[in-house]
Write a protein that binds this ligand. Sequence first.
Ligand code: ZN
Length: 272
Amino acid sequence: MSAVKKLGLEGRIVCLHSSMKSFGCRFEGGASAVIRAFTDSGCTLIVPSFSYRFTVRPPENMRPAQNGYDYENMLPESGIDGAYTPETDEISAEYMGQVPLEAVKTKGRARGNHPVCSFAGVGPLAAEIIGTQSSTDVFAPLRAIADKGGYAVMMGTGLATMTALHLAEQMAGRNMFIRWAKSPDGGIIECECGGCSEGFGNFEPVVSGMERRGGAGKSVWRAFPLAEFLEEASAAIRKNPAITHCRRVFEGNKPCMLCEDAVKGGCVRRVE
Ligand SMILES: [Zn+2]
């Protein structure tokens, strides 16, 4: 696919957010052809491969404050009775899109050691980049991509899918939220997760000047140099913390709890 070449992404590390629907009609070869377009160009392709069904309810002694979580009205258990391992193909198919679904099934792929918000990767540097992730350092792969001069690419999606903006929040001084999952030894572990991203379209004026634009068919592709993107976005959050707020209103005229707590600085950690 010449779109990868035209955007100057050959041989680069790319974190991809994609919508196969953006191609307008059935895309020949589907998600696996998209993956091959990058790997055939020497790229290392990294995608979010989140798996929310591994979350469990928080034990009484693991409930930090300002955590974007309503401890009074907890949702039902999400369904997987077991521990996540990087070998699993389980993924939240309804949220993640076709390319991550295909990526976790790709032979030789790497997948991060985070039960809820893993990244998966294929290509020459995938194991190295993905190997940085842990349950308490959810966005380490994105930092590694930025350090190596990599890109974040949106293929027909908006900034509301841009996971790197959660890393920008962390860089601006916010704590990530804590969620919970079973560990392989049967206990429960805490894992850091990003919050609400519905308001991330607010970053358009901050980041649109640094993008390269291209595409394939009807699908518009936007490539952002990740280090510069993170620097500008985190500076914008320091200057105006409310920029991340989605302003959605929920039952009882309540604002978005995730965004309220994020703007206040995120989860308040226990003092050990
Ligand atoms: Zn929100």
